[in-house]
Design a protein around this ligand. Sequence first.
Ligand SMILES: [Zn+2]
Length: 601
Amino acid sequence: MAQLIPETFIDEVRTNTDILDFASQYIQFQKKGKNYFGLCPFHEERTPSFSISEEKQIFHCFSCGRGGNVFKLLMDIENISFPEAVLKVAQDNNIPIPSDLQSSTTSKQEKLKSHPLRQAYREVSELYHHILMVTDYGKEALNYLMNRGMTEATIKEFQLGFAPPRDIVYDFLLNKGHQPEDLANSGLFINSNSDEKLRDRFKNRIMYPISDNYGNVIAFSGRTLRDDSDEPKYLNSPETDIFNKSKTLFNYQKAKKNLRQRQSMVLFEGFMDVISAYEAGVKTGIASMGTSLTDQQIYLIKQATSDLVICYDGDNPGIKATNRAIKLLDKKQQFNLSVVLLPDGHDPDDFIRSYGSEAFVNQVNGAMTTIDFGLQLLQRHYNLDNNREKIEFVNSAVSLIARSHTEITQDLYSQKLAELTQLPIETIKNAVLSESQKQRRQVSRKPYQEQQPEPKKQDFSKKLSALEIAEVRLIYLVLRYEEVNDFVIQHQYEFNNSELGAIFKEWQTYKQSTDNPTISGFIDFISDDLKRIIVAIEMMQMPDYYSSKELEDYLSRSIKEKQAQQLQKLRAQLNEAKRQHDEQQELALTQQIIELRRLLN
Ligand SMILES: [Zn+2]
């Protein structure tokens, strides 16, 4: 299928795309030296080893060894083919796709779209949405949503839908070409006891699609139309091959896209809050799927941002949940956490209805620190006019303040606490200091393995001999300087490392295929194994200049190495000749060995 896309178009897409911009949709980066570093999307890690060179337009993970250009990144992240990746990058960058390519590839693209379940969920989601928006079945549900103040734009944005009261999904999917055995475990149906026929799981419900981290629908939550129904108010899809609750955050992909510099993700209790907040203008909301936050979800958030606002319901259960979330998130100390405490027990939805969108946005923008939040709760809890309660309050507050990691924060809140309790500031400061020392001692007693870094794997340069390291350098120069390339050809240099030799050969072929050879373009040209090596080489910090002496040196080292290998071979042959008492052969070999040793010295 690769031949379907003309090389010129691939070049156009590649040269008009910035890999850093593109990868920033998925990963949060920090600049270190020339390159950008972030957490690798392909495995869990705490210290960033995924790096991007903007100059070379490539990525490389120092931990797992993956690497390539923008197309390879997308192929690996979304598990799609090369042509699909080219088209998707083009779409994302608004690069017009030639019309013949569009029709032939999109149909194929759809067929390829990995898992049949994914396709089924997308189709069903479109069906439910259609029923809601344009059919009589959907009218009541649509009115219900509109009456709650939801706009058509939001309904479309979240692709809300309606599941009608009768079975429709099974036949619909069969008609689309799905196999009955795929559908049985899709989570879209329940088996009725009386017969074997699959029945729709969702009936007479407003449907909220739940997407994976890349925006594909993988599950639904269905809400009853009327609150007085006997049915449970919300019904969720069961876990399936494609839906894992603990790895899913509602609206994650869109929230990530909507993150601008210095804007936070906002964590809500439920997906309805996310949608209400979206309508009010807070477009970076996410929610866990009815469970408390899992490590995987925390990791996902961390990949997108370190600024997180917790906005749970303002009632007692909500406050307790906020405390739990703070503990979970703060444990790893990776976030700048802040908290919105909505007044009078409001949840986000009824706060917005009572006070309006602007007031809600102000609440989110003015979110308080976790220490402020904790102090507020403590204040509610204790009567400061009673000395016994006041002492308890001060002790709890000190322990809270001691948890903050900077001296400035500790000082600021010590000051605040002193004013509040009218105790001398020095007394509070001393108490905070000794408490934070105590806490630190406890932390350092944690099991050691928790702090150990991941083992490094597949480091290409680790297993190389000294000569091969020189060859790595030679390849690096070959890709940059035509003169070095010519030098290697002229001297008929043979690479000791076969992979590097293969790269050199491929480079010659690639150069003949294009007017404008680039490393990023070369990456599309070669096999995945060589790709990794090229990228690993490119990410090494090597000087760009060279001298002819350096080249001569590599050449003579290579010749010496070959001679040394030859010498070894001759010695083995000599031993064999001795064993067989072949004196003529012995003599000939001895002469050759003497000659070689002379050359080597
Ligand atoms: Zn990695």
